[in-house]
Design a protein around this ligand. Sequence first.
Ligand code: COA
Length: 259
Amino acid sequence: MTDLVLTDINNQILTVRINRPERKNALTHAMYTTLGDAIEQAETDADIRCILFTGSEECFTAGNDLSDFASGSGLKGAFTETPVGRFLFLLANATKPVVVAVNGPAVGIGTTMLLHCDMVFAGTNSRFQMPFANLGLCPEGGSSLLLPSWIGRVRAAELLMLGEAFSADDAYRLGLINRVCDPADTETAALEACQKLASQPPAAIRATKTLLSGPTHKELTDTMLAEGELFVERLKSPEAAEAFGAFMQKRKPDFSNFK
Ligand code: COA
């Protein structure tokens, strides 16, 4: 079987590539575990100075695998112990700089994970989307705290309640990404940023990173835990069952009879 997440270390940069093109790079529990392992590896290996997350020129990730969501597997016990919870907390607490190259769909966690990264480069073909409410779910990854404080309450509500896709230009205007690139150049631009970060004094970069997220750290942890708990509960809701069923059957969901 092909590796669904590929890792490579070169010039002190750990590249983590999501590689499941036939499912639009949708993330399974096993893939979250590998993504989390990669962050842990970077934390313990002094030779790694920067992490780059990427997908392909066509697709970053379609978010959580909806079959995994529908089956409810892998989400038992404390949220921080689940593969997705572990990944999100490792990312939010990473001490080394994290850069992302996004092209094509960046759905669900494909958008919310960016809120914990230090620099984001996105291709003109990028389609960001947080369709949690559309799926009968609720925000995750600290997005219910970070988005309103960064882009304003009403803009956050629009993105989280309507769950519509938005472009790289929109994301740039909202201050969610650093640069819009030609899709063929996104990864190169991100890699250049990684190289610059890797050549900076590492302790100064770590100190800067701690200070950037320090003031909201406790609030963020509490929010991520509360979101995680509600999210797992909502996964079992009839609204979510209707949304997942509709996706599998390739039809529009019908929420007209829900109270
Ligand atoms: N989980 C499981 N399978 C997924 C998936 C996901 N999140 N996203 C896409 N796939 C599968 C599709 O079912 C399809 O499978 P098929 O070939 O057996 O029909 C295949 O990947 C290709 O996807 P498709 O929808 O045909 O590609 P597209 O280019 O038309 O659209 C997306 C791409 C990402 C916009 C669309 O696939 C999508 O909306 N996916 C769901 C995203 C989502 O809701 N994620 C959860 C967020 S919390």
